[in-house]
Design a protein around this ligand. Structure first.
Ligand code: HEM
Length: 473
């Protein structure tokens, strides 16, 4: 099936990397009529994926409470996935996601409960000045319609594609088969777009689950018929779910801890690389276990089954091996089964860092000498998935925070895991397979704290138009 790029919002398949300045506006609605009028104007500004290099970009996502506020019919609201309807902070979900202790929503700046935020407007520009103008005019327009700003989250890009701890990020991305069909990418695994965008077939050769509108609903004729449900139009087509987590990073705490566990700076860097699974320059441990190799800083064509089943090069519990175990999951008995199982739990990451870097050079040798400057910084983690439960929540629950992942006993993800001792459950350790005796880190503090979050629907353009025009039945 042809991809309907002009009906997808640009961020669904692009990163807007040529627009390094961005701001995310979390908004609340106050009056239905005024919001509708505002929303109709906003929808006209939305950038679609057919526009390859827009001068600026505007993207829009809505929470469940935002859709309900805008009067989306009950039958349609009920057709969204349970996770989206219940929201990120539903009590059982807090447990699944590891949002307990100091990560608990009680401490968040936004998204504490599912009706806190109605809409996310993401603005991207090529310069700080252009962004300021864009934000100012958007906020002025919003206030005319009593659409209120809940929080404004500036977000940017750090030197050399790094995240705040000093590691190169955003290297590994699932390759979408439909987007590369004419390119020769050798044996690199490719995944159907239905895993990430609704309206297309997924890995099960089924259409990704998608919200629907009864076809007799006024205004729904602009939508496409749902391929599986006669009598219903497909509101999800060319849209997806957007998972947003604001993750504050304590850079000094990270490097202080790592230094305290190593005899020299070089050994501290090697230890931190074991925790991530890549060297700071991005080169993967499985390919260069002893020292970084800058020629491999974009390398992503590797597996673990043949190259490192025991984790002697890249520990099984490292961040990249937990979040994407590729072709080696210890619970599976073959490389093929591992690969097939893991493929069902991938996500399209779209996050960007926020806050000034602790050191401008972004060199880890400088991070290790730096002292705390009291400023807040972190990652606006964003991922897009068509099945929040099967993809994002599964990874967070079963791989990131599960203390018995990969045959360990008391380990959570060393970088982003929730580390604690509670009711005989211990999660603050990290096992590093080493010959002849494994090494184990203990008392790992939390380096990351969740400061906000929500599940959003990131609709296609026709769906946005339907939502803005829908006037009740
Ligand atoms: C502050 C929080 C985080 C930091 C500092 C961080 C850092 C990193 C770094 C340095 C990489 C290696 C670069 C790459 O392979 O592209 C990476 C990869 C990755 N991260 Fe994170 N990450 C964070 C949060 C998360 C979260 C919340 C998830 C999902 C639950 C996640 C999922 C992934 C995935 C799927 C990969 C790619 C692994 C692969 O394909 O090999 N990360 N992260």
């Amino acid at each position: 099936m042809e991809l309907e790029l002009t009906d997808m919002q640009g961020l669904a398949i692009r990163g807007h990397g040529h627009l390094p300045h961005a701001q995310y506006l979390l908004m609340r609605f106050s009056s239905l009529q005024e919001t509708k009028a505002y929303f109709m104007q906003l929808v006209k500004m939305v950038t679609h994926a057919g526009d390859k290099r827009p001068e600026f970009a505007c993207q829009v996502a809505l929470t469940y409470s935002g859709l309900a506020f805008l009067g989306v019919p009950d039958q349609t609201l009920a057709s969204f996935s349970r996770e989206f309807r219940e929201g990120m902070t539903e009590p059982h979900r807090q447990f699944i996601l590891g949002d307990t202790g100091e990560h608990a929503p009680d401490f968040w700046d936004w998204g504490r409960d599912s009706s806190d935020v109605h809409m996310l407007v993401m603005l991207f520009a090529s310069s700080a000045m252009a962004l300021d103008q864009l934000v100012e005019s958007e906020l002025n327009r919003a206030s005319l319609f009593r659409v209120m700003l809940h929080s404004s989250l500036p977000t940017g890009m750090l030197h050399d594609q790094k995240e705040h701890f000093g590691f190169r990020d955003d290297i590994s991305r699932p390759i979408i088969a439909e987007l590369v069909k004419d390119k020769d990418l050798g044996n690199a695994p490719k995944y159907p777009i239905g895993e990430f965008i609704m309206g297309y077939k997924n890995l099960y050769d089924e259409y990704a689950p998608s919200p629907v509108v009864p076809s007799h609903t006024p205004g729904s004729q602009g939508l496409s018929p749902h391929p599986d449900y006669p009598g219903f139009m497909d509101l999800g087509r060319n849209g997806t779910y957007l998972v947003f987590r604001q993750m504050q990073q304590d850079v000094v705490r990270f490097w202080d801890y790592v230094k305290s566990q190593a005899e020299s700076s070089d050994k501290a860097i090697a230890l931190a690389a074991k925790m991530v699974g890549r060297w700071p320059d991005g080169s993967p441990l499985v390919r260069c276990p002893v020292a970084p190799d800058p020629s491999l800083s974009d390398e992503n064509d590797f597996g673990y089954w043949d190259e490192d089943r025991s984790g002697l090069k890249c520990p099984l519990g490292s961040h990249i091996r937990r979040t994407n175990p590729r072709d080696h999951l210890v619970t599976e008995t073959s490389q093929k089964d591992s690969t097939e199982m893991v493929a069902k739990h991938l996500m399209l990451r779209k996050g960007r860092p926020y806050g000034d870097p602790l050191v401008a050079t972004m060199q880890v040798s400088d991070f290790m000498k730096a002292t705390d400057d009291g400023k807040k910084r972190g990652l606006h983690f964003i991922c897009m998935v068509t099945d929040i439960r099967r993809q994002f929540e599964f990874v967070q629950n079963n791989w990131v925070n599960f203390h018995k992942f990969g045959g360990s006993e008391q380990d959570a993800d060393p970088i982003i895991g929730n580390h604690y001792h509670q009711d005989q459950v211990v999660t603050d350790r990290f096992s590093i397979p080493t010959y002849p005796v494994r090494r184990r880190l203990e008392n790992i503090p939390n380096f990351v704290k969740i400061r906000g979050g929500a599940y959003f629907f990131f609709p296609g353009l026709k769906a946005l138009k339907f939502i803005s025009n829908f006037d009740g039945i």
